[in-house]
Design a protein. Structure first.
Length: 338
């Protein structure tokens, strides 16, 4: 065990220590101050603009466990069990002294969301950026894009109950493949963890490195394996892409520094684009550079997605913004499917 090699303090102990310093305790009040002012349904940045950059600095990270070696643990549940046990303890609350307010309080902490490198997304595509519905093979099934069926927590609990009651066998494997659940996760011990609400796909993997590259393949005429299907009204020639790339090179010196470093020539370097470049291309460059190249009907359809992403990047999202994002993405979907 790692703890036998490196002395590791429990999570709760390290959190309590944070409040022993008055200056640090004051910094940690950001969440309390955030929820006290958020009363109208607005989604705000809990880290208050640039504060999140401070949180991700090495000195502010609280490492709970480390995977020894390059390989992931074979038994995920046993690997996560020590951390989960501590989080369960913190959900109930522990006594703590706040040196900023000079008062005792019940310190509680829990897990609201889980994320990872989500490398599995690369095995999917624009139609299913995450695992398809379990009845995806039912070709007669249609879905209302404005009211899609959700993966509910209760469904997962039911499926888990079905799996854990069957002894390991070929029947169990087939059922697991059909249900999309292989067993009970130790993460369910944490009361706040709900599948799949706590396992969100981030904007980078959902939009920047998923939708955008695939749309580019449409425009470059390389989306379909059957080349005869790629000859579409929205397909741009190499000459047009060369012109777009030249325009990108020409405007580099005139881009204000507040917009960040401009992306590289997309015609030559798109295969090596990083998420930040995809984000800039979507929100700042795609519409003006495609304006005189892409037919107007396709440019308008693409503009729905651009506006939705621009709204998603805001530090604060009002209820109006949230509804507008849904509307724009639905309009983009309807445009794409036509």
């Amino acid at each position: 065990m790692l703890k036998d090699i490196i002395p590791i303090k429990p999570i709760w102990d390290r959190l309590v220590i944070q409040y022993q310093d008055s200056a640090r305790a004051k910094q940690l009040r950001y969440h309390s101050e955030y929820i006290s002012r958020n009363i109208d349904g607005t989604i705000d940045d809990v880290f208050d603009d640039a504060q999140y950059k401070i949180c991700y600095k090495k000195e502010n990270l609280l490492i709970t466990s480390i995977i020894p070696g390059p390989k992931a643990p074979k038994d995920f549940n046993s690997f996560m069990k020590p951390v989960v046990d501590e989080l369960c303890l913190l959900e109930g609350g522990i006594d703590c002294y706040d040196s900023f307010t000079n008062k005792k309080f019940s310190l509680k902490a829990t897990m609201l969301s889980w994320s990872s490198n989500t490398s599995g997304i690369y095995n999917n595509h624009i139609y299913y950026p995450i695992t398809p519905p379990s009845d995806v093979n039912n070709t007669n099934k249609t879905y209302d894009p404005s009211n899609l069926p959700r993966r509910m927590y209760s469904d997962y609990v039911t499926r888990i109950g079905q799996i854990v009651t069957i002894e390991p066998s070929r029947t169990c494997e087939l059922l697991a493949s059909n249900l999309g659940v292989v067993g009970r996760s130790v993460l369910l011990d944490i009361r706040s963890t709900q599948f799949s609400a706590c396992f969100l796909v981030d904007i980078m993997h959902l939009f920047y490195e998923n939708v955008m590259p695939y749309m580019l393949r449409h425009w470059m005429g390389s989306f379909f394996k059957d080349s005869t299907l790629n000859n579409q009204p929205y397909t741009l020639s190499n000459k047009q892409w060369s012109e777009i790339g030249a325009n990108m090179n020409a405007i580099k010196k005139s881009i204000l520094t507040e917009f960040g470093q401009p992306p590289r020539n997309i015609f030559h370097h798109y295969s090596r684009y990083k998420a930040k470049e995809w984000a800039s291309w979507i929100t700042l460059y795609s519409l003006p550079l495609l304006k005189d190249q892409l037919p107007s009907v396709y440019l308008k359809g693409w503009s729905f997605f651009v506006k939705a992403v621009q709204l998603c990047q805001k530090q604060k999202l009002s209820l109006h913004d949230q509804n507008e994002i849904r509307s724009l993405l639905l309009q983009f979907y309807n445009h794409y499917e036509r």
